[in-house]
Design a protein. Structure first.
Length: 172
């Protein structure tokens, strides 16, 4: 059955533009939400590719987390590639690693452009807490697949309890 152009990822993209220097909260999922992104050989390749994209000024990663079936990134888009082309590059470069463990990427991605007056702390907390709230690690552990740019870590760690989430954040 052909895709309905009024639904799904195509509809989400309609009318959107990529703005250099804009900040985007991204979610990129595996097809059928199959787990495997946190397998060390896959995770290391995926993070290396995200950093390579940063190294060539395509984007700047502020923070991110790899989960078994998706990843979240907060990036500042550079002026080299559009947001869609940046994500396509990441997916293409990491695809061979995913395929070695039987994974593929979901078509498209989800993005939210942050406004200047938006609460960045909420986005950082959402990303940081994702593995804890998903019960993938205990409060006393550090999730190995979380990244925070050193400049952001300086202010963000002040909200944490010895680099861990305060207990109250994990209730309910």
């Amino acid at each position: 059955m052909p895709r309905d152009p009024h639904k799904g990822h195509v509809a989400l993209r309609r009318g959107r533009i990529s703005l250099p220097s804009a900040e985007y909260f991204l979610t990129i999922c595996t097809a059928e939400r199959r787990a495997g992104l946190t397998l060390p050989k896959v995770a290391e390749k995926l993070l290396a590719e995200a950093r390579a994209i940063e190294a060539d000024a395509t984007w700047q990663m502020r923070c991110g987390v790899l989960m078994p079936d998706h990843l979240h990134l907060l990036v500042v888009l550079g002026d080299r590639l559009s947001l869609a082309k940046s994500i396509s590059r990441l997916k293409a470069k990491a695809s061979s690693s995913l395929q070695t463990v039987g994974l593929n990427w979901e078509r498209g991605f989800y993005d939210h452009q942050l406004r200047a007056d938006e609460d960045y702390l909420g986005v950082f907390l959402y990303i940081f807490l994702n593995p804890y709230r998903g019960r993938l690690c205990a409060r006393c552990d550090c999730w190995p697949w979380f990244y925070c740019r050193p400049e952001d870590w300086e202010w963000f760690k002040g909200y944490l309890d010895a680099d861990r989430p305060p207990p109250a954040w994990l209730k309910g």
